[in-house]
Design a protein around this ligand. Structure first.
Ligand code: TRP
Length: 451
């Protein structure tokens, strides 16, 4: 049932695969979302809840995705239909490919901002603010300028396309082999700079002081949803990356390595951001305003700030690029496997389509700010559909598919092709069959009750 994998390509090394999958996982979610939701929702107590979600839901689903991918040697649509031909399960694969289109469309916009701010750090124009409101005005002016913001958005997508068009080992793997070590180095350098600022400990305190009274149902849901997004689960990105694995590799230990990598980077990101923000006497905020308004103010006022700014926005750009590549690869693999397109054609045409779909998201911060769908601007609307609906549903159906339809026995046999005995198979099966579906269903029930 496997496709002719030779023409699709393989990862050249096990390390290359782990770095590529970690590159997919480590992204904007780790750097601008995780630290903030941790600080706001109980610090160390929230970290504990998040770790439980990761271990209980994240690890098992990632292993399920890698296993589906390697077994079928195909993109998500191909994977579901190879294992259960002619069944509606192929719809889960389609949901994944559509999620890839949608997520990359708005992710690319922010990726473009990260390139722009890296460039503007070199010219010192984003390290010249005495107050976040000045940095805020700068940001609003930049994102509201349709020509400039769209140019950087285009540049980000073009870089993703060029890398993906070069293929698995020569494109994605080589890029990640270069970029991921740089990302770690940058993060460590920034952490040292940040933690040695006077007053840094106040930020660490805000970030990690455990407050169990903040662990509400809502905080738990947030942790669960973020576990999906941060590990790139629920849309077949890891199915696709798993499809380029050779038979001999151990899936279980690779899964563990990727999850650990993603979690450590997320935790470290908070140790970069909050000590610096508090040392400068500023208020932490969420998302774009933290990264593009508060941090530039921090860099403007701290010793060696211009260099820190270059390093930070390069880090953000790398994190966004290696994730953007994986999102594009899901779509590209679908067009290669299912429709017989060449890799080059799939990358350039679909990269172009996704860029076009993203333009209104980019304009949501300027000329289209007043254009609302269901009360949200275009950017938030697309983000909401993909992140809050398609990903958790995709993850739930993937777990049900592997747990009940394909069956734990067959999945276990695939894991054990590497020659190891998978001792935790029974636990894995129990989680996929019962725990994951119930947890995700609870998220949806809670959401509807809220509305
Ligand atoms: N994990 C990435 C982040 O944390 C985002 C991402 C990349 C993603 N590929 C994905 C999310 C696939 C879900 C599915 O920013």
């Amino acid at each position: 049932m496997s496709a002719d994998n030779k023409s699709r390509g393989f990862w050249a090394t096990r390390m290359g695969f782990i770095l590529a999958a970690s590159g997919s996982a480590v992204g904007l979610g780790n750097i601008w979302k995780f630290p903030y939701i941790t600080g706001e929702n109980g610090g160390g107590a929230f970290v504990l809840v998040y770790l439980i979600c990761i271990a209980l839901i994240g690890l098992p689903i990632m292993l399920a995705e890698f296993t589906l991918g390697r077994k079928s040697g195909l993109n998500p649509v191909g994977a579901f239909s190879a294992i259960k031909p002619g069944s509606p399960w192929v719809g889960v694969g389609f949901m994944g490919v559509i999620a890839g289109f949608l997520i990359l469309s708005f992710y690319g916009v922010v990726g473009g901002w990260s390139i722009a701010y890296t460039v503007k750090s070199f010219t010192l124009s984003v390290v010249d603010f005495s107050h976040p409101s000045e940095a805020g005005n700068f940001f609003v002016e930049f994102t509201g300028n349709p020509v400039e913001a769209t140019f950087y958005h285009f540049l980000f997508m073009a870089i993703c396309v060029v890398i993906v068009a070069r293929g698995i080992d020569r494109g994605i793997e080589r890029a990640c082999n270069l970029l991921m070590p740089a990302l770690i180095l940058f993060l460590v350098v920034l952490m040292v700079r940040s933690l040695t600022l006077p007053g840094a400990m106040e930020g660490v305190e805000f970030y990690l002081r455990p407050d169990f009274s903040k662990i509400t149902a809502e905080a738990i849901l947030l942790a669960l949803g973020h576990a999906f997004f941060s590990l790139s689960l629920g849309m077949g990105a890891m199915i696709t990356y798993g499809s380029y694995l050779k038979q001999g590799e151990s899936l279980a230990s690779a899964t563990f390595a990727v999850v650990l990598f993603d979690t450590v980077i997320a935790l470290l990101a908070g140790l970069v951001i909050f000590p610096a923000v508090f040392a400068m006497g500023l208020e932490p905020t969420a998302g774009p305003s933290l990264v593009f308004m508060v941090l530039p103010t921090v860099f403007s006022n701290m010793p060696l700030g211009a260099i820190a700014s270059i390093i930070f926005f390069s880090l953000l750009m790398i994190a966004a690029l290696t994730s953007g590549i994986s999102l594009l690869e899901v779509v590209v693999a679908f067009f290669i496997d299912q429709l017989g397109w060449s890799r080059k054609k799939a990358a350039w045409v679909m990269g172009g389509v996704i860029f076009a779909l993203g333009v209104p998201s980019g304009l949501s911060f300027g000329v289209m700010a007043e254009y609302k769908l269901a009360g949200m601007n275009f950017f938030d609307f697309v983000d909401n559909i993909a992140s809050n609906y398609l990903l958790p549903l995709g993850g739930m159906f993937t777990a049900i598919f592997v747990g009940w339809v394909w069956g734990i026995k067959s999945a276990k046999a695939e894991v054990e092709k590497s020659g190891e005995t998978f001792r935790l198979a029974a636990v894995w099966g129990f989680i996929l069959r019962y725990v994951t579906p119930v947890c995700v269903a609870l998220v949806f029930v809670a959401k509807f009750l809220q509305e």
